[in-house]
Design a protein around this ligand. Structure first.
Ligand code: BGC
Length: 379
């Protein structure tokens, strides 16, 4: 019997198409596509597992896909210069079909989500560090530049968050990915591996960080949503939005702030208090009703990843054990488990709408691989 670690690698390989795209979940009709967010974490996990060619194929698929749709970026620039509005389909989409084409089946889908693009740049920089494959940067130079330019144009525009909700706001998590996109490429510039105005990228990263600091902190803690600049109003935190587990990303892996930063030292305990079920897993946010708002495998692994980074290895191991106890008889990790859902009566409506919870979810398996590697390295 393969271990869950080995099985996770197999599931991811099986979910990677010839094109290089990773399917979000092979058995869930609504997730038959590749999201840049899920895919980038999955590629990073494969890099951590030494499966460099799988990660390489994903990054190249994403590069080709971004290039294929790059006319949109020029169009956005023109529209912004002329003061014209940006329509919901003028932007680069958050997910594509496995060939890299835009998905048109559901015209109401919230396609404008910037975080996948920041995460793609971050994961690509990690790929270069982990695999030593510097050549990929030359091969993907154009798509890297298009992505940087795109983020630069749109990062202050309201867009959907990483859970594909709240298009009326900016989001702390999404901005952390933008920071990481600029910062990781600036670092490669410092190493003379890319030549895209590295000094200006450092400045851009610092600017995003300053913006986050100024606009997302309420009562000494960071909150999930930011009210965007409007007319003469400055951006400001949305205090009632509270915390979201994705904000762990602020420290791990995007390193926007150090773990001992006073704001983060007050924010992470709020995530633990509000979203970690004692002896269990991690919820997305307090008001989550998606499939009743269950505990998410990938977020539980994410908190474990953070624990390893701050030396709380025993707690990380407990979370890893909890994840292992959630494996289905087929050896799959689902997106979420519903036994202790926040709003159990909201489970059935989703079941009726989209069928059983996505399982396996490649992103869940990816985060398990990352946590497993982190713990192994800490021991
Ligand atoms: C989640 C997204 C994710 C997508 C595919 C959605 O339900 O909110 O974060 O990218 O599923 O896994």
């Amino acid at each position: 019997m393969p271990s869950l670690y080995e099985k996770s690698i197999q599931i991811i390989k099986k979910g990677q198409y010839e094109s290089g795209a990773y399917i979000a979940s092979p058995n869930f009709p609504t997730y038959q596509y590749c999201w840049l967010r899920d895919g980038s974490f999955t590629a990073y996990a494969m890099d951590r597992a030494g499966e460099y060619s799988s990660a390489d194929a994903f990054f190249r698929w994403a590069g080709r896909t971004i290039q294929k749709h790059s006319d949109k970026v020029e169009e956005i620039e023109q529209r912004l210069k002329s003061g014209l509005p940006i329509g919901k389909d003028d932007v680069l989409h958050t997910r594509y079909d496995l060939r890299g084409e835009e998905v048109t089946v559901d015209s109401a889908w919230g396609n404008f989500q910037i975080d996948g693009y920041g995460t793609w740049l971050w994961a690509l920089a990690e790929h270069v560090k982990l695999s030593g494959n510097e050549k990929i940067l030359c091969d993907l130079k154009e798509s890297i530049e298009i992505t940087l330019h795109y983020l630069d144009l749109v990062w202050q525009m309201p867009n959907y968050d990483c859970w594909e909700e709240h298009p009326e706001y900016l989001h702390a998590y999404s901005l952390a990915t933008v920071f990481a996109g600029f910062d990781s490429m600036a670092m490669l510039g410092d190493l003379r591996l890319i030549s895209y105005g590295e000094n200006c990228l450092n400045d851009k990263a610092e600017y995003v960080k300053g913006f986050l600091w100024r606009s997302s902190v309420s009562d000494g803690k960071m909150v999930k949503h930011i009210w965007p600049a409007r007319n003469d109003e400055l951006p400001k935190p949305v205090p009632h939005s509270g915390v979201d587990a994705s904000m762990i990303g602020m420290v791990v892996p995007y390193k926007v702030f150090e773990a001992d930063d006073p704001v983060l030292k007050r924010t992470i305990p709020c995530i633990e208090k509000d979203l970690l079920r004692p002896g269990g897993g991690v919820y997305r946010y307090k008001a989550d009703v998606y499939y009743g708002g269950g505990e998410w495998i990938l977020l539980t692994a994410w908190l474990g990843w953070y624990y390893v980074k701050v030396g709380r290895v025993t707690e990380a191991k407990n979370l890893m054990r909890w994840i292992e106890s959630q494996v289905t008889p087929e050896g799959f990790l689902p997106e979420q488990v519903s036994g202790h859902a926040l709003f159990p009566n909201q489970y059935d409506p989703w079941l009726k709408k989209w069928g059983p919870v996505a399982s396996p979810l490649l992103w869940s398996h990816a985060m398990y691989i990352i946590l497993h590697q982190e713990i192994a390295q800490a021991d």
